[in-house]
Design a protein around this ligand. Structure first.
Ligand code: DQA
Length: 165
């Protein structure tokens, strides 16, 4: 196994393209603490988020990697394939300045999502080094947090592309 990034094609009709980037250990959902992360596997979570995206008229694509450099490369390439980003980098959220810098390079509107409520857990999880390049953080809503993030991005992109007043 290479352990490399996996990507699922965008779904839904025309609409803004949102890349959902899952980071380290998110491929282990279903085996991780269900009281924090729920019982869905990553594949099941992505099916649910694809459904939200269809309802909202957004085209979602998904990738996951356990390799920090690959996550950075996905961010470098993101402007070619996406209009906006949902990031759940897992534990990298709390310390990876490389990912923070790559997100700055991407320069796309981004929302940070965590399944668990990182504010209510260990002290070290309260730090996010990527937050300054995300216009919103959604934490503790489980899979529904991804719906909230899709709505926020859809509204943000609508406003950005709306008629000049
Ligand atoms: C997480 C929260 C992180 O603190 C943790 O390291 C994860 C998952 C979440 O979705 O709740 O791997 O990002």
């Amino acid at each position: 196994m290479s352990g490399g990034a996996t990507t699922t094609p965008a779904d839904g009709a025309a609409g803004p393209r949102v890349a959902v980037l899952h980071g380290v250990n998110l491929d282990q959902l279903g085996r991780r603490d269900p009281t924090q992360y729920g019982s869905l596997t990553l594949a099941e979570l992505e099916v649910a988020v694809s459904g939200f995206a269809r309802e909202l008229g957004v085209r979602a694509s998904f990738s996951q990697t356990n390799h920090e450099g690959e996550y950075c490369e996905a961010l470098h390439a993101a402007p070619e394939v996406a209009d906006a980003l949902i990031l759940n980098p897992g534990a990298w959220t709390h310390y990876s300045r490389a990912i923070r810098d790559a997100l700055e390079v991407a320069g796309l509107p981004a929302v940070e999502v965590h399944l668990s409520n990182v504010e209510e857990r260990e002290e070290w999880r309260r730090t996010s080094v990527i937050g300054e390049h995300c216009f919103e953080t959604v934490s503790g809503l489980g899979v529904d947090g991804y719906r909230t993030a899709l709505e926020l991005l859809r509204d943000r992109l609508r406003t950005a592309s709306g008629p000049a007043r």
